[in-house]
Design a protein around this ligand. Structure first.
Ligand SMILES: NC(=O)c1ccc[n+]([C@@H]2O[C@H](COP(=O)([O-])OP(=O)(O)OC[C@H]3O[C@@H](n4cnc5c(N)ncnc54)[C@H](OP(=O)(O)O)[C@@H]3O)[C@@H](O)[C@H]2O)c1
Length: 254
């Protein structure tokens, strides 16, 4: 049995807590937070503690707070013997106290409170200062996910950067498309099968092989029509920039 304390009450804390409490080999001792309203969401499931003053002893402390607060919150665990991990993609291991047992438990997915997901399919990227702690994290992660990876701080930063491209930037593209549809009395639903097919295709083809569209085909007339249709200058800029990048990738500069 592995005992866990979760520090933080946000998106990741909620999803991790759900995943952990569904496993009989894991005991979630406490969820600790500073916001009573957010803490209330956990009340019927686990013990909750308001404020970071009375943290009980656990095998693993999961710090799931905003990136900028990780270091400060970790200092509150100075008297603890358990393993202290954070859940961030971009924060290096060394921001955690160097005199304690530390590691990283980074679940690579986009988490939103109340938005259910199957944690078994969430890649969990692990790092630890000591080998036995990495083994502990591996056995813990394997209970809730079937996709567990060892990734060091430098690799994790690049993974997080890649995740920004595939998730945040592509989602912003969906937003722009949504705006164009809305402004022209079109249902965004018409585009949803295309979005799903685009992501499905990368299961079998590389993104390089999957690319289609006017920039790859070098249809300059169509591209100019699109630029003229866009009403916002920054959207025109994005269109030009991405088209240039696609053309460069396929061997022709604009
Ligand atoms: N969301 C994702 O998709 C995702 C995916 C992978 C990893 N992560 C990482 O997981 C961590 C948590 O992200 P999240 O999305 O769960 O964030 P979130 O929903 O914004 O929640 C942040 C939590 O941090 C607490 N907090 C902020 N500043 C604090 C401070 N100075 N002292 C104590 N607590 C503080 C917040 O408390 P209040 O409510 O009181 O402000 C809240 O409980 C981050 O390191 C993030 O990079 C996020």
């Amino acid at each position: 049995m592995v005992s866990i304390s979760i520090l933080g009450t946000g998106n990741v804390a909620e999803h991790l807590c759900e995943a952990f409490i569904s496993q009989k080999e894991i005991k979630v001792n406490q969820v600790i937070g500073r916001n009573p309203d957010s803490l209330a969401n956990f009340k019927n499931k686990v013990d909750t503690v308001l404020g970071f003053k009375s943290i009980s002893d656990s095998d693993v402390y999961i710090i799931a707070v905003s990136d900028d607060a990780i270091s400060t919150v970790s200092q509150l665990l100075q008297n603890k013997k358990g393993l202290i991990v954070h859940t961030s993609g971009n924060v290096p291991l060394h921001v955690l106290p160097t005199n304690l047992r530390t590691g990283v438990f980074y679940p690579l997915q986009t988490f939103t409170k109340g938005q259910p997901l199957n944690f078994k399919r969430v890649p969990v990227c692990l790092e630890a200062k000591r080998e036995p702690d990495l083994e502990l994290l591996h056995s813990l992660a394997s209970l809730i996910s079937s996709r567990v990876y060892f990734v060091d701080s430098e690799q994790r930063k690049r993974l997080h950067l890649s995740a920004v491209f595939v998730n945040n930037f592509s989602n912003h593209m969906f937003h722009i498309a949504h705006e164009i549809c809305k402004d022209n009395n079109l249902s965004f639903d018409i585009l949803k099968p295309l979005i799903l097919e685009t992501t499905k295709k990368i299961e079998t083809l590389s993104p390089y092989e999957s690319q289609t569209g006017p920039a790859r085909r070098k249809d300059t007339g169509t591209m100019q029509t699109h630029i003229d249709l866009l009403t916002q200058e920054n959207y025109k800029e994005i269109y030009r920039l991405l088209s240039r990048s696609i053309q460069k990738t396929y061997g022709k500069e604009l």
